[in-house]
Each structure stands twice: as C-alpha cells, then as structure tokens.
Design a protein around this ligand. Structure first.
Ligand code: PHE
Length: 341
C-alpha cells in the first residue's frame, strides 16, 4: 500500500525525473521486482492475493510511466517551435509609391481642374488626319518624315484619314474634341506620345504630354497668358519668372513658346538651361481659324487657345531628374525617392 501511494504521488517534471521513476518502479532492479522476488517466501495461501496486488502495482507504474513520457514528448514538441524574439526588427513595410511622372500628371490635372478644365482622352494609334492633316500640317511637312513618326500601316484607298501612326503629340485629342463637342470646350488631355528618336539622357521614343484647349466666344491671347501664368505659379517655386517667346506651329496663330527661369540654378546658368537661365516648358498659341473650321465649328463665332507641355520636362525641373531613361528603368532606388510626395 505504501508503494502504491508513492507511485500515485510521484511527480515527473523532467526527463531525468522520468528515468528515476522507471529505475525505481519498473526496471528489473526496482522495488516492484524486489517485491515479486519476496513473493517466493510468502506463505502459499497468501501468494495468490499478494501476487494480484503486485500485478496491479506493476500495471499502475507502467501506466503512469506511459502517461508521463507522452506529456514530456508533447512539451518537447512545443518547445522546439521557434520562440518569438520581441527584440527583432519588424518586417520592412514595402508599400509602393507613385511614379514621379504620375505625381506630376496628377498635380497638373489638379491645377487645371480647379480653374474649370476637364480631362479628355484619345487614341494613341491615330490616322494621319487627326495627328497632322486637321492640324494644318502640309503634306510635305518634315514631322511626317519617317525620321520622326512611327507609321503603323498605309492608309486604305477610299477610307478617310490616311496612314495609321503612333501619335507624335496629344493634339489629336484637340481635333476629336472639337469635332464632337459644341463649345464652350475647356479640357486638358494628358497622354503618351511617340517619336522615332534614339534613346538617350535627353530623348526617348515614348514620352508624355498634356495638351490644353479652351474654345469659346471671345477667348483671347490674354486668357492664354493668364491661364499659363496661373499654372506656373501653382506648379513651381515662388518667384519663378515666366516669358512668352514668339514661335511657330502649323495649328496656332499667333504661336508662342513658354519659358520659365531655370529651376535648377535659379536662373544663374547651368547645364540644364544651357547657361541661358531659361528653360522651355510648353508650346502654345491661338488655335488657327482653319483648324477650328476643319472640325466643323464656325471660326467667326468661336476662338480659342491651345497649349502643350511635356510631363517629363516638368518633372525634371521639379525634382531635378537629369536622365530621361530613369523614368522607364524602374530602378526602385530611383522610384522610392518619391515616396510621400
Ligand atoms: N503639339 C505641340 C508639340 O507637340 C505643342 C503644342 C500644343 C503647341 C498646342 C501649341 C499648341 O510640340
């Protein structure tokens, strides 16, 4: 009975405890074996009951042993799972961020939307008519040359529009808008354009433009100036200078290019502005009455202005990006610099 109590109260916490328990109650040299030995000396009439009691003891010891070793195995299994180390640094948060060209495009859209422009879109694969013809480019204009334009296919006889090409500017959307909308029209048209240029730090065969168009009664050059002054003031550093320079486009008359004081050197002279202190940011002008008429709008009643700028150029000036190729290489070291902008 004393041994039975011992077995019942025995507590096993470690593998060593379990081994001690086994030696004492189960092994051939243990107490239970000893008791079985002494059974031989017991009086014959008691052997049967004593034997039964001893068997009970033996089974109880074995059962307890099995139960203990199972719990120990389980404990070990959970202990070998990797422990939490609360001092380790967290997994870095790899949230993406906006591409710089997208940031600048959104900002341009925001500035113009606030003064009543909406956003329009058009096809990148275009007919000769929408990219050149309707915009007053003469048939022999050098921009049509294979050097500049990616032609996709030859025009089909009897079908309007002429050759298919990748648009070289977003001015095609200006024509499509005027064709389908009754003035007033006040839209900006961001999008991709393509020119057959060798890729370098300064040129790319694909880039982005935003074109603007405002057609209504009594729109004058003062409105063009006002609108672009406002844009420059919103987009660039305070104190940025702006100047209009006479220029030529087949689809505007008069035409002007817009320069701003160089954002990189503050107008003092650097490589970006070729030491002139000025950088060109946009082409613009009053839409040629012939172009308005080409789209089925009466140029006697309506006038308007248009402008077009390169998003890459604006981004270069705003964020000092000195190589156009960076925009399309997708190097995360470049892209991450624009997080939080
Ligand atoms: N389409 C011209 C270009 O790509 C820019 C422009 C747009 C000029 C609208 C005048 C008016 O260079």
């Amino acid at each position: 009975d004393a041994i039975q109590q011992e077995i019942e109260q025995y507590e096993v916490r470690t593998k060593d405890d379990l081994e001690q328990f086994r030696m004492r109650y189960i092994s051939r040299k243990g107490v239970v074996t000893e008791l079985f030995e002494s059974l031989k000396q017991a009086p014959a009439e008691q052997r049967r009951t004593l034997g039964q009691a001893l068997n009970g003891l033996k089974n109880a010891a074995q059962a307890k042993f099995d139960a203990f070793s199972e719990t120990l195995d389980q404990q070990q299994a959970t202990n070998t799972a990797p422990p939490f180390d609360l001092t380790l640094p967290t997994v870095p948060n790899l949230t993406g961020n906006q591409h710089p060209l997208n940031l600048v495009r959104q900002r341009i859209i925001q500035i113009f939307e606030r003064i009543g422009f909406n956003v329009a879109d058009g096809p990148e694969i275009e007919t000769d008519w929408y990219n050149f013809g309707a915009l007053n480019f003469p048939d022999n204009h050098p921009a049509r040359d294979m050097q500049d334009t990616f032609f996709v296919s030859k025009g089909t006889a009897g079908e309007p529009g002429g050759d298919m090409l990748l648009r070289t500017h977003t001015s095609n959307v200006q024509i499509r808008l005027m064709e389908h909308t009754k003035p007033p029209i006040r839209s900006i048209m961001p999008g991709r354009v393509y020119r057959n240029e060798t890729i370098s730090a300064r040129a790319h065969c694909m880039f982005h433009q935003v074109e603007g168009l405002y057609i209504d009664r009594n729109v004058g050059f003062k409105d063009l100036k006002d609108t672009l002054y406002h844009f420059v003031k919103e987009m660039f550093e305070p104190g940025t200078q702006i100047r209009f320079r006479p220029s030529y486009f087949p689809f505007t008359e008069p035409s002007a290019e817009i320069d701003i004081s160089c954002q990189i050197c503050g107008g003092k002279g650097c490589n970006i502005c070729k030491h002139s202190g000025w950088v060109e940011i946009a082409g613009s002008g009053m839409v040629d009455p012939q172009v308005i008429a080409n789209c089925g709008i009466d140029p006697e009643e309506y006038t308007g202005f248009a402008f077009g700028m390169g998003i890459e150029r604006i981004t270069q000036l705003k964020y000092v990006v000195n190589d156009l190729r960076l925009y399309t290489e997708n190097d995360v070291r470049f892209l991450r610099q624009f997080a939080g902008q």
